[in-house]
Design a protein around this ligand. Sequence first.
Ligand code: ZN
Length: 185
Amino acid sequence: MEESLKQVYVPTVATPGGEKTQLGVFSKEQDAWDVMRAFLGKAGATDVVHGNITVWEIDFVGEEGSFVLSAFDRNNCPVCDELTFWVEGDEERARCYYPRCGAWIEQNAYDPSRWDCGWPAANWNKRAEDYQHAYKGLVAMRGQSNSAGMTNRMSSREAWLGEKDRERRNIQQKKFDSMAEDITE
Ligand SMILES: [Zn+2]
């Protein structure tokens, strides 16, 4: 028997004034995440400061038919200082979408007591005990890079994409990229 659709996933972004733009409606959670991340990758050209993925129940009667699955907030990057550092949820994960930077913070997938952070442009990774320490790790990376003149050696966008990102990208990503382009243009 075919499984019936029970809920849909709606990625939405918003400006500081609260003006909202829906990026689509998806039956698969992964598609909503892909579209949201593709948008964040191009959000530098927009004034969007907030995003979320909301789950909507289908054929639901009443007021509680939706909940926010994850939220995204825009911040200055601790490494490159661009306004391209997106923090997910309640500091559950963070990543800089500035192409020549790509700094990130993430809980370790296998060991929840461990956090990792990195700066792909300089090929540096660190481990930390929590989000705050990981954030400080990124600030420290910037400090070291400034003294070592690393900023001049930041790798190209292609190299950056090739590293941390490729694992997460799937074939559909390209489709979503062009979709996000339509939205941001
Ligand atoms: Zn950055």
